[in-house]
Design a protein around this ligand. Structure first.
Ligand code: NAD
Ligand code: TYD
Length: 335
């Protein structure tokens, strides 16, 4: 397949791009705006590969997109491009509206004009919080943050292009991802790097919120599986095999990094904080996908990766991230 992978310089998109080129022999063009979260070095393993090209461009930029599609003539667009951090969406929602609403619309129009397959990468957060039980694809959509509300809007627009124009779309919704190359604003890499540096570990509220963890390699395989075997117009959930309370995740990171438990600090809770996410994956399992990485093993390997890849995170931890951290947590990081 020839794929245009939008947002492929980010955490999950780059994992997917590596999988498709190196394991499936696909031709992949990554199309990415390179926001603070988009990093070309995430694609270093593909640089110089005949099946890979990188184009810098925003999904809302119809002109650059049209030139790229003309040059590459892909069979499908896979859209990872998004603003992805809930805390940033609470502080500054505008980029979330632009990328998820306008950007998705521009991509869909380009796909419609050229009759391309389209896969939207989405999130369990569109269903909102669930105290007990688990969400299926039929569950009502109840997003609670500007991040999840704009992702929900994008999903609905994608579905409208199937119903109205017959555009061949699928949507794949993942639970919380973790693994190598995740920008350290998110819970797991933030706690790993703070623990390795002896910085405080800021747990929001009581830390008893539950997340359903999936390794990015497993979510990427699910997306590839939906692209190859999914029924057009359908939504597929891909949840991880394990659910964990945040406090348990943080304690495990403390243990595995050899840091002191006294670094754990309860800080003021996130406004509108979703208590629990849980995703049923029966529908995508019926297509033959299942997660391969259990959380305990994946977390230990992820910690090893951050220990061994200071070259990757050092430029991040000394750049834009420092100012963000101070704004968000009201204190500076030790270097
Ligand atoms: P990320 O923040 O690491 O990467 C996002 C990428 O999108 C970056 O490379 C960025 O430069 C690019 N981008 C942002 N705005 C763009 C625009 N307007 N045009 C072109 N490129 C743009 O995110 P991630 O964690 O890899 O998430 C990827 C996708 O997976 C998102 O759609 C997200 O909603 C979804 N998702 C993420 C998780 C998770 O836990 N991280 C879980 C489920 C679903
Ligand atoms: P996050 O990685 O931001 O993902 P999401 O909000 O999409 O689930 O956060 C995961 C959980 O960790 C969430 O319940 C919020 C919590 N959290 C903290 O307690 N402290 C932190 O510094 C961060 C970033 C998150």
């Amino acid at each position: 397949m020839k794929l245009l992978v939008c947002g492929g310089a980010g955490f999950i998109g780059s994992t997917f791009a590596r999988q498709r080129v190196l394991e499936h022999g696909d031709r992949v063009t990554v199309y990415d705006k390179l926001t603070y979260a988009g990093r070309e070095e995430n694609l270093q393993a593909l640089s110089g590969h005949a099946g890979f090209r990188f184009v810098k461009g925003a999904i809302e930029d119809a002109a650059t997109l049209a030139v790229t599609l003309e040059e590459e003539r892909p069979d499908a667009i896979v859209n990872f491009a998004a603003e992805t951090h809930v805390d940033r969406s609470i502080a500054e929602p505008d980029a979330f509206v632009r990328t998820h609403a306008l950007g998705t619309y521009v991509l869909l129009e380009a796909a419609r004009e050229r009759e391309l397959r389209y896969l939207q990468v989405s999130t369990d957060e569109v269903y909102g919080s669930i105290e007990v039980g688990t969400f299926t694809e039929e569950s009502p959509l109840h997003p609670s943050s500007p991040y999840s509300a704009t992702k929900t809007g994008a999903d609905l627009l994608v579905q409208s292009y199937f119903h109205t124009y017959g555009l061949p779309v699928t949507i794949c919704r993942g639970s919380n991802n973790y693994g190598p190359y995740q920008y350290p604003e998110k819970l797991i890499p933030l706690m790993i790097l703070n623990a390795l540096h002896g910085d405080p570990l800021p747990v929001y509220g009581d830390g008893m919120q539950v997340r359903n963890w999936i390794h990015a390699a497993d979510f990427s395989r699910a997306i590839g599986h939906v692209l190859e075997h999914g029924e057009l117009g359908e939504v597929y959930n891909a949840g991880g095999p394990d659910e964990e309370a945040n406090m348990d995740v943080v304690r495990r990171i403390v243990e595995l990094t050899g840091a002191s438990e006294s670094l754990i600090e309860h800080v003021v809770d996130r406004p509108g904080h979703d208590r629990r996410y849980s995703l049923s994956s029966e529908k995508v399992r019926a297509l033959g996908w299942e997660p391969q990485v259990r959380f305990e093993q994946g977390l230990a390997e992820t910690i090893d990766w951050y220990r061994e890849n200071e070259d990757w995170w050092r430029p991040i931890r000394s750049g834009e991230y420092l100012a963000y951290y101070e704004r968000q947590y009201g204190r500076a990081l030790q270097s």
